[in-house]
Design a binder for this molecule. Structure first.
Ligand code: PGA
Length: 226
């Protein structure tokens, strides 16, 4: 494992540093492929990216980590909508370079066809999920349809009018898909995430804690704030 754990003093700082990692990649000048998350934590990072009008997005291709199944694409909580609202509607990215997993495409083949992910940003769920790879997900999993964990449905109910509205299935990049990314940045905020980060980073590498596979990645950074 070659992981860097950085605790920072504020959510603003975390968002700025995460955005900086993306900007550094883009400024390198080569075509860049990013794996992008939804959730609470990345919202500040997307705000920082939107604020910076000097970023040249023309050479950037994005692959979102996951998308709900059984939700209208126009629903405010579809991940496509989330991404449009928080990032894509505000930047000059070619919409042909923006991808979401669905049930029909071979997402892993698409990612490999453009040379693989250079940098993937991840959140972490309270149960140790990354993307929608819930506990028990095989380490060799690729992009596929999954059932959401009870805890994930409960956690995500805050974004919906009622828990009954929360989709119970999603399409998600697999753990192998994520592990193939050349670089991974995991961002997390709140004391409630500290236990699971510790378990994932220093505990047993087990499919019961999907994020624990990240211990085997050789270019992982974790940014955390309380
Ligand atoms: P977050 O969690 O919404 O707190 O960023 C991410 C996740 O559950 O995957």
């Amino acid at each position: 494992m070659k992981a860097l754990f950085r605790k920072v003093g504020s959510y603003e700082k975390l968002s700025q540093l995460a955005a900086l990692e993306i900007k550094k990649k883009i400024q390198g000048g080569n075509p860049i492929k990013l794996g992008l998350p939804t959730g609470d934590t990345p919202i500040g990072m997307y705000k920082e990216l939107v604020k910076d009008s000097n970023i040249d997005w023309w050479n950037v291709t994005t692959f979102n980590l996951d998308e709900y199944i059984g939700i209208d694409i126009n629903h405010s909580e579809s991940y496509k909508n989330f991404m449009n609202r928080n990032l894509f509607n505000h930047i000059d990215i070619d919409k042909f370079n923006v991808w979401f997993p669905d049930q029909t495409d071979d997402y892993d083949a698409m990612i490999q066809a453009v040379g693989g992910l250079d940098l993937t940003i991840l959140g972490i769920g309270a149960n140790g999920h990354i993307a929608f790879n819930e506990p028990g997900s095989p380490f060799n999993s690729t992009t596929r349809v999954v059932d959401l964990d009870k805890q994930t449905i409960e956690d995500n109910a805050r974004f919906f009018n009622s828990i009954e509205e929360v989709p119970t299935q999603a399409v998600t990049m697999g753990l192998e898909t994520i592990m193939k990314s050349h670089e991974i940045l995991l961002i997390a905020k709140g004391k409630k995430k500290l236990d699971i980060i510790q378990k994932a980073m220093f505990g047993e590498i087990t499919e019961e804690v999907p994020a624990s596979i990240l211990q085997e990645h050789d270019n992982l950074t974790i940014l955390y704030c309380e």
